[in-house]
Write a protein that binds this ligand. Structure first.
Ligand SMILES: [Zn+2]
Ligand SMILES: [Zn+2]
Length: 176
């Protein structure tokens, strides 16, 4: 019961064909994976083709080089990050800031508690807080003109001067 030369050759041929097919399938799979992965990371069709070609030519080494050099973020990740950044920026922009000292203030505050700058004025009719330059209340349509309110941001005198100092002291201080 010995294998003759022809049978051995046939078995060898099958073996080589089978392993060749497996290698080809893996190789094609790697190219396809690279192309799909690159498509998630770049909109540039040239970059997608170039990456796939590199893997096609260099095989497994091409995949290693690709993984090292590919863009870190996928397009979805980059989009989500830009959304987050935009939201953060908007948050900063819309947060009210005291024009006097630059500190963060709240929408419902009439004056800045740090530097005493007047921030808002209450409507003379309904009491809702209005921006200082507004002459018409958007809540009750009541006119603010002639009610004795100054429609300008008003910096209140510093506490050191306001406490007990007379007008004469102030003049003296200015002259010095
Ligand atoms: Zn302030
Ligand atoms: Zn009003």
């Amino acid at each position: 019961m010995t294998l003759d030369r022809e049978t051995l050759n046939t078995i060898l041929l099958y073996g080589i064909t089978a392993s060749g097919a497996v290698i080809a399938a893996i190789w094609l799979g790697l190219i396809l994976w690279t192309w799909r992965d690159m498509r998630q990371r770049s909109r540039d069709p040239l970059a997608q083709v170039a990456a796939s070609l590199m893997v096609a030519v260099l095989g497994l080494f091409g995949v290693i080089i690709y993984v090292l050099l590919r863009p870190q973020e996928t397009l979805t990740e980059a989009y989500e990050r830009s959304l987050e950044e935009e939201a953060l920026l908007q948050n900063i922009e819309t947060r009210p800031i005291c024009p006097g000292c630059g500190r963060a203030v709240k929408d419902a505050w009439q004056v800045c508690p740090y530097c005493h700058t007047k921030l808002k004025k209450p409507c003379v009719h309904c009491g809702e807080l209005l921006e200082l330059p507004w002459n018409l209340c958007p809540y009750c349509a009541g006119s603010q003109v002639g009610a004795g309110r100054v429609p300008q941001p008003q910096v209140v005198t510093p506490p050191a001067y306001a406490a007990g100092a007379t007008a004469a002291d102030a003049v003296e201080f200015v002259e010095e």
